[in-house]
Design a binder for this molecule. Structure first.
Ligand code: ADP
Ligand code: MG
Length: 337
């Protein structure tokens, strides 16, 4: 067997590495640390502070030639604020750090900041600091976001219950369809452009998250950044449960259906395995689901289990995204079983 120091990150995987970090650094009593969309830090005031941070690296998360800087600025703020929405909190402030190549045009950064400001203003989130440094060639962006919620009201990944329904707040797969269209250079008709807009201009579900966190029978929640094939397994592992997902009930937008028919793409694979939809994934009791007053779709149910998902009605295996493995082989089709 290889010693852990000889192991490559591709063998360990993104989540294996985070697991190693988590083993080494434990959170103080009463604080939720590594493992959720945000850290939850109780304050004396009866409120909890929420903190999260996310990076966007040129070549990994975006291609400079493909994404207009306005859209990258918007997306950098949006994906971070989405982690506050995922806990059911209100975003309050962000910190922006950038590493930029010296030959980047100043106008590029102007446009980036215009997009960042427009998204931030929509959610009343102030930019309060950051860091600026040179990078040898690639653009690297890191955003840290702060938010808050009433004490004890944040929804975690670890609090799903057996028998809960599994729900999402909106269409899945549009962002992955938009990315596929960009990478394959398909003709940009109105449907394709709508998918590309969903990829570049995600809207964090802050209001929906606040409503869900104010509803007692809503148990676990997270945002969908890596695709439900990967993200659902985080809720299941943290809650020591399994799940059955009814693949044909995954909500698909009319635009995604039409584009997939036109190009012969598998819409359900994009919906389950594709990331960056930034919808909320949550679990709640069946009674609660009947009275929820936000748009949502029921896609499955929590069962007894060990973190794995049975995908009913899937024609192919479903994989989410892992940064070191480019897709995890842990979510196999079980429709034949
Ligand atoms: P998300 O998709 O919501 O951004 P991630 O999958 O990136 O969440 O991270 C999962 C958890 O691991 C989060 O709680 C995050 O704060 C933590 N985490 C990720 N990378 C690191 C790191 N390098 N050091 C400490 N914690 C980390
Ligand atoms: Mg998240």
């Amino acid at each position: 067997m290889k010693s852990s120091s000889a192991q490559h990150l591709s063998e360990l995987g993104e989540f294996g590495l985070i697991g190693r970090i988590r083993e080494r650094f434990s959170a103080p009593e009463g604080v939720t640390g590594i493992g959720d969309d945000c850290a939850v830090i109780p304050q004396r005031s009866g409120r909890d502070t929420l903190v999260s941070t996310d990076m966007l690296i040129e070549g990994t998360h975006f291609l400079r030639a493909d994404i207009p800087p306005f859209r990258l600025g918007w997306k950098s703020a949006a994906v971070n604020i989405s982690d506050i929405a995922a806990m059911g909190g209100s975003p309050t402030a962000t910190f922006l750090s950038v590493a930029l190549p010296a030959d980047l045009e100043a106008g590029w950064m102007e446009e980036f900041l215009r997009g960042y400001a427009e998204l931030s203003e929509r959610f009343g989130t102030a930019l309060l600091g950051g860091d600026t440094t040179a990078s040898p060639d690639r653009i690297c962006i890191n955003v840290a976001v702060l938010g808050e919620c009433p004490s004890g009201s944040a929804r975690l990944r670890s609090t799903a219950c057996e028998g809960d329904l599994i729900c999402v707040t909106g269409f899945l797969g549009d962002s992955a369809g938009g990315l596929k269209a960009i990478l394959e250079g398909v003709e940009r008709d109105a449907d394709v452009q709508a998918l590309i807009d969903r990829h570049y201009l995600p809207l964090p579900r802050v209001q929906e998250g606040l409503r869900l966190a104010a509803t007692p029978g809503v148990h676990a929640m997270m945002d969908i950044s890596d695709g439900i094939g990967s993200d659902l397994s985080h809720i299941l592992e943290a809650s020591s449960l399994g799940a059955v997902i009814d693949v044909p009930s995954l909500p698909l937008s009319p635009a995604l259906r039409r584009v997939c028919t036109r190009h012969g793409w598998d819409a359900f694979q994009l919906a389950a395995g594709g990331g960056e939809d930034y919808e909320l994934l949550f679990t709640c009791t069946p009674e609660t689901e009947k009275v929820l007053d936000i748009p949502h779709h029921v896609i499955g149910r929590c069962t007894q289990g060990d973190g794995t998902t049975a995908w009913r009605g899937a024609g192919t295996s479903i994989r989410g995204f892992d940064h070191f493995r480019q897709g995890r082989p842990d979510a196999q089709d079980s429709s034949a079983r």
